[in-house]
Design a protein around this ligand. Structure first.
Ligand SMILES: Cc1cc2nc3c(=O)[nH]c(=O)nc-3n(C[C@H](O)[C@H](O)[C@H](O)COP(=O)(O)O)c2cc1C
Length: 211
């Protein structure tokens, strides 16, 4: 393949894409075009992975039963999380919308196969967690690709992985990376929703230490 150089216009667009990525929790309910979704999922085939292990495993959650189990799991975990806060923080937490599971047209549970033989263990011997980091890196590409196609992704981690593995009948070597809601966002802002709701702020500058 010919070496490709990227111009200023592309860099401006890429910057905009990253700036407007957003974690999305409010979706329109209309279906996602399957061809567009497939194109976005192609990001996984381009993603980096330790030893080229490609340890991602994707479960598409379609059935009403599986969706109801996942939503119940979230609701229980979220109630528990709320109990861990008090005062103003508890009040703010209770107002946050932390999942789009009620309405997102596409829902995926993404796992890392910690037992994969692919990659022959290269790079994961001392730090096997590198396989999970590989899945996170792939999800990030997928996230940006969705956004480039006018779609949004919401990452749900407030979930009991053991219960979810039981409900979805997941192989024992798989570890949950996240439950992902996908669809057309109701709106897109240049500011994270948690910042708009007064929960937390982005750093004003990038903290880099030197040694
Ligand atoms: C590993 C990971 C787990 C997350 N889990 C949740 C979650 O359970 N619920 C939620 O509303 N947002 C979740 N988020 C989204 C973050 O809250 C969000 O990325 C952050 O507030 C910055 O907002 P932005 O993604 O729109 O820039 C998660 C993000 C990451 C990377």
């Amino acid at each position: 393949m010919q070496d490709q150089t990227f111009g200023d216009d592309f860099r401006t667009q890429l910057d905009l894409l990253m700036r407007l990525r957003r974690d999305v929790r409010r979706f329109r309910t209309d279906p996602v075009d399957e061809a567009v979704l497939a194109r976005c999922l192609d990001a996984f085939s381009m993603a980096p992975s330790v030893g080229l292990s490609e340890p991602w495993r994707i479960l598409r959650i379609n059935s009403e039963t599986a969706r109801a189990a996942a939503l119940k799991n979230f609701t229980t975990a979220n109630d528990q999380a709320l109990n861990g806060y008090s005062g103003d923080q508890a009040e703010t937490y209770s107002r946050l919308k932390l999942t789009g599971m009620q309405e997102a047209p596409v829902q995926l549970a993404i796992y890392c196969d910690d037992g994969t033989a692919k990659g022959h263990g290269l790079g994961a011997g001392i730090m096997p967690e590198m396989r999970r980091y590989s899945v996170v890196a792939a999800v990030t590409l997928f996230w940006l690709n969705l956004r480039a196609h006018g779609l949004g992704l919401g990452w749900v981690s407030i979930i009991d992985p053991k219960q979810l593995a039981h409900d979805l009948d997941v192989p024992s070597d798989w570890r949950l990376i996240g439950y992902f809601c996908i669809g057309t966002p109701e709106a897109i802002s240049d500011t994270p929703e948690l910042e708009r709701e007064g929960w937390e702020h982005r750093h004003a500058s990038l903290p880099i230490e030197t040694r």
